[in-house]
Design a protein around this ligand. Structure first.
Ligand code: ADP
Ligand code: MG
Length: 676
């Protein structure tokens, strides 16, 4: 059984099993699939190209019998000669006389040690295990208690005992179509490839398998979620909706119209809507959300809008109330700081259906809230909440239509991995009349010049955000704190302009007051930590100053930049940074070169990897053993297409060709292991 615990293997006791568990290896299959993160290409190291004192692995043939000289009680030297191609060199090991048995004349050996170029000799540190002595020595992530050689031994044992149980899990048609190695061969070659070519073939097979199996599950989930009996048909009132849209203060962009149609069509259908709404910062997702919520209400259902912060919730309630002003729509705000009495009131009105739309933080659906008839749930800045939410909704037995909105665009590869079971709507156009934000990167000594220039802009009646990364003095990082900057700016701009401050340690009520005064232009400058990162909308603010900008990720910088350029005035984003490394410089450069959120997020993914980008690590992005959604993006697309085609077949689960796949995925038994 591949699924049995490693403890069943010879040489593995309780202690070893525990050490392996620390590496995430629990079953035999985990061990077999614990692939190396790189290989040392031993064959290609020629003696002449090895640097003096470099630590290397050298492979060669033993050409003289090993001799041990002992000095005193514990000291010894083991010496022999090896030959690589036609060059002979000396090898010595100090105080490891027992290694003598491993050195056999005329046999191949791989020794890791320090090279002395002048004397053409190697001071050996270890003799590589048999499996490591191929041309490619696998190198694994290990820890103190499990060493490379131990791991290799165990992997070999596991293959020895269990390789017969490794069965093909892909349909043969796909194996043939893409000329894939069979599963057993590929898994073995991932650890011990004969040569580069075999490694590439093994990798290609393993990556395809991972993506394909994952996509099979995702597409399966999509089908169940969309099944008719699972959803609601929201029969909204077309006339009222049209009237509402016509009365908006602006005309919707073509892209907004298109996604609104997609969403409304989904809602009207009895099947379950699972839709991801992507759009760059400022592209106008909120109004689309408002239309969907209003439509829901006209159909007699309730709607919920969930956002990541209380400030944002507050702001959404205000803008919804404005939009719905002449219409009779009951909108409520429910957050962690809602007072107990008011909360009671809201809860009962939600339960008896008096409230049409509730806006709150993500805790909304977790706090024992009962709805009279929930029809639509919209989440803003979805990546902060992650896939868990879908699980919560399912567990509560609610079947509302669901619309997820992302703060900034997600690269396609991430989207089809993390949200593969959803349909996607994209707003790929900005409202007319927007002037792209101009972004500049300056070094810290130029701050005073920047402020002098900013003063001129403020004199035109505009407002400015100033963002600082941390609020408290940190010993480790030399980050200026927001308070210090606040004081500095207050001095600089007095008496002409008023400065306010917003940070995470403030009470929500205080934050609201500050936000409100900034909106009313009683404050012209708002110094803030990233609490304003998401969603705030003050079109009169045209300047964004980001201090220590290199401490932010690209997606975050782009999101911050999106706070300006929301009106018809020219706007500026100034990045103040002195990046210490190339990655930091690269980030600043990208920001000054593009305003396109899709481009920014692709770059972010390339630079930082999927785990870091958008906080996906916490939100349940699957971890692949060998595949990388950036590097292997093409295979991901192919695997997804194949999985979709299989799910389109009727009753594919009972076709013999797919029997191994069905067995491997445990369809219908354990459910979806990636999601639960
Ligand atoms: P985001 O997609 O970042 O959530 P918002 O929904 O906050 O963007 O919209 C940004 C700004 O653009 C808001 O002030 C909104 O009123 C305005 N807006 C949205 N759609 C349009 C449009 N079609 N024409 C003009 N302004 C629009
Ligand atoms: Mg928004």
């Amino acid at each position: 059984m591949l699924k049995q615990s490693v403890i069943e293997l010879p040489k593995v006791g309780e202690k070893r099993a525990q050490q392996l568990a620390e590496l995430g290896i629990e079953t035999v299959e985990d061990l077999l699939m614990y692939y190396p993160f790189r290989y040392d290409d031993i064959k290609e190291r020629q003696l002449t190209e090895i640097l003096d004192q470099e630590k290397v692995t050298i492979k060669g043939m033993v050409v003289s019998p090993p001799v041990v000289n002992r000095f005193g009680y514990k000291k010894s030297r083991l010496q022999f000669r090896m030959m690589q191609d036609h060059d002979v060199f000396n090898v010595s090991f100090f105080n490891q006389p027992y290694l003598k048995d491993k050195v056999i004349v005329s046999e191949e050996l791989a020794v890791y040690g320090k090279w002395d170029a002048k004397h053409q000799s190697l001071t050996g540190m270890k003799i590589l295990a048999n499996g490591q002595a191929g041309d490619f020595a696998p190198i694994y992530h290990v820890n103190k208690s499990v060493r490379q050689s131990t791991l290799i031994d165990l992997i070999k044992v596991a293959f020895g005992e269990h390789s017969d149980e490794i069965e093909e899990n892909l349909p043969l048609s796909l194996v043939n179509k893409y000329r894939l190695l069979d599963r057993k061969q590929a898994m073995f070659a991932m650890h011990f490839p004969k040569d580069k070519e075999e490694y590439h073939q093994a990798k290609r097979r393993v990556v395809f398998e991972e993506f394909f199996l994952f996509q099979m599950q995702i597409q399966g989930l999509k089908q169940t979620e969309k099944a008719e009996q699972n959803g609601l048909a929201i029969a909204y009132d077309n006339d009222r909706l049209k009237k509402f849209i016509d009365a908006l203060p602006f005309e919707l962009t073509t892209a907004q119209k298109k996604v609104t149609n997609e969403i409304c069509r989904d809602m009207r259908r009895p099947s379950h809507m699972q839709r991801l709404l992507q759009g760059d910062v400022g592209s106008g997702k909120t109004i689309v959300a408002a239309i969907a919520l209003y439509a829901t209400m006209t159909a007699g259902f309730q709607g919920a809008l969930m956002v990541p912060t209380e400030i944002l919730a507050q702001q959404h309630v205000e803008s919804l109330n404005e939009l719905f002003d002449p219409l009779e729509v009951q909108v409520a705000l429910l957050t962690g700081s809602t007072k107990a009495k008011e909360r009671q009131q809201i809860l009962s009105e939600l339960e008896n259906g008096e409230i049409d739309i509730v806006v709150g933080t993500h805790a909304l659906i977790q706090e024992g809230v009962e709805f009279s008839n929930l029809g639509l749930v919209i989440t803003d800045e979805q990546h902060r909440f992650g896939v868990n939410q879908r699980k919560i909704l399912r567990e509560k037995g609610w079947k509302p239509d669901v619309l997820f909105m992302t703060a900034t665009p997600i690269p396609r590869t991430l989207a089809i991995t993390a949200y593969g079971e959803m349909d996607v709507s994209i707003i790929d156009e900005m409202p007319a009349g927007r002037i792209p934000v101009k972004t500049r990167w300056v070094k810290p000594p130029q701050l005073t010049q920047v402020l002098t220039w900013a003063k001129k802009e403020l004199e035109k009646g505009h407002q400015m955000y100033v963002i600082c990364p941390l609020i408290e003095e940190s010993e480790m990082l030399d980050v200026q704190n927001a308070v210090e900057i606040y004081n500095q700016l207050t001095d600089f701009f007095a008496p002409d302009f008023q400065v306010g401050i917003l940070h995470g340690k403030m009470k929500n009520a205080e934050k609201e007051v500050i936000m409100e005064t900034f909106k009313e232009n009683e404050l012209q400058i708002l110094v803030s930590t990233t609490v304003i990162e998401v969603g705030v909308n003050v079109p009169n603010a045209t300047l964004m100053l980001i201090i220590d900008a290199d401490r932010f990720g690209l997606a975050q910088l782009h999101q911050l930049r999106g706070r300006v350029g929301r009106g018809s005035q020219a706007s500026y984003c100034i990045l103040i940074a002195n990046p210490k490394n190339d990655m930091g410089k690269e980030r600043m450069k990208i920001m000054t070169e593009t305003n396109n959120g899709f481009v920014v997020s692709e770059k972010d993914l390339e630079l930082r990897g999927p785990g870091e980008v958008f906080g996906f690590r916490q939100s349940g992005l699957p971890e692949f053993a060998a595949a990388d959604i950036v590097v292997d993006a093409t295979i991901l697309e192919v695997a997804r297409k194949e999985a979709q085609q299989i799910w389109q077949l009727k009753n594919w689960q009972i076709l013999p060709e797919y029997a191994p796949l069905v067995a491997y995925l445990h369809l219908g038994e354990e459910g979806n292991r990636f999601f639960d």
